[in-house]
Design a protein around this ligand. Structure first.
Ligand code: AMP
Length: 309
């Protein structure tokens, strides 16, 4: 099933203990789209400015991502984000955010983008997420990511947006903050209780500790793929979401989303995120191959399986 993703398309300046890059292709929608492109047709939607060029578009086109929904705003500047990581790469400080063309962004999806069966609302202002969700009437599976900023300044809109999707993907601290519950499972169950009875899943991203999946009747957790060297964690969450949502999209709409399908989706998200963090920006995922992803999923299965006898 085709996937539409709406969110930031960015230039990122990133400093980690392993180096510094001033202006790399980034953005939540870009990291998501690259990861999801291993599974199905992906349509990326978002604004860019005059500084966004052919070489950036080429990275997406090479993965056969439909870039026709990238809106070039004449005279505008592309969203810019600057971040710096601490020595263990677990702490990140945002040093600069320039909204640029995002300031005036009003998503108007093309007929093709609206018709996708799967929609991912990457981390953007919740009213924009709601506007996109309302345009996608044929969607069979919608997922959403957000951040602490929107929990603090646009809580009501965010809750409305969450209640309009099937799956919420959020960092664990943000999930606790959103639900006002100190326990992860308690927070996830609280969010599940807000939505319509058909709500399917909450995914808590746990950084280097992996991710947990909570549904009305299941709990599953998977560790991050163990890596000795993490070079740049930027976009790990979005590439996880791309792998997770992409895998679900590739199942087609006629099969039910069984607990096993969701668990395998967690493994694919985890595998792609682990490649993403091994190099700066989009470098590693841009040249990743499906057989490398499959191999890592098999490794993850081996690492997490055990016998009771
Ligand atoms: P992650 O590391 O998964 O949290 O995502 C990092 C990506 O999110 C970077 O590539 C940034 O360009 C993008 N980003 C950072 N801040 C924001 C924001 N306020 N809104 C949308 N995207 C953002």
């Amino acid at each position: 099933m085709p996937v539409t993703v709406v969110g930031s398309i960015a230039f990122d300046a990133v400093k980690t203990p392993f180096g510094e890059h001033e202006r790399m292709l980034g953005g939540a929608a870009v990291h998501f789209a690259l990861a999801a492109s291993f599974f199905d047709v992906v349509r990326i939607v978002g604004p860019v400015g005059d500084d966004f060029g052919e070489s950036e578009l080429e990275v997406l086109r090479r993965r056969e991502i439909d870039v026709s929904g990238i809106e070039h705003v004449p005279g505008g500047r592309t969203f810019f984000w600057r971040g710096e990581y601490g020595w263990d790469l677990n702490t990140r400080a945002t040093l600069e955010t320039q909204l640029g063309v995002f300031e005036q962004f009003e998503p108007k999806l093309s007929a093709a983008a609206r018709s996708s069966d799967v929609v991912f609302l990457a981390n953007i202002q919740p009213d924009l997420q709601l506007a996109v969700r309302a345009q996608c009437q044929e969607t069979r599976f919608a997922a959403l990511d957000s951040m602490n900023l929107w929990i603090e300044v646009a809580r009501d809109s965010l809750i409305e947006a969450i209640n309009a999707v099937d799956c919420l993907i959020l960092n664990d601290a943000e999930l606790r903050q959103l639900a006002g519950k100190p326990s992860l499972v308690g927070a996830a169950r609280e969010v599940l209780s807000w939505g319509p009875p058909g709500r399917r899943a909450v995914v808590a991203k746990l950084g280097e500790y992996g991710a947990a999946l909570i549904t009305a009747d299941d709990y599953f957790s998977i560790p991050a793929f163990p890596l000795e060297t993490v070079v740049d964690p930027t976009g790990a969450g979005d590439s996880f979401a791309g792998g997770f949502v992409g895998y679900i999209a590739a199942q087609g709409g006629d099969k039910p989303l069984t607990p096993n399908v969701l668990r395998r989706a967690m493994a694919y998200g985890t595998a792609i995120a682990s490649f993403n963090v091994q190099e700066f920006g989009t470098e590693r995922v841009a040249r990743l191959r499906m057989d490398e992803i499959d191999e890592r999923v098999v490794d993850l299965q081996r690492m997490t399986a055990f016998s009771t006898s």
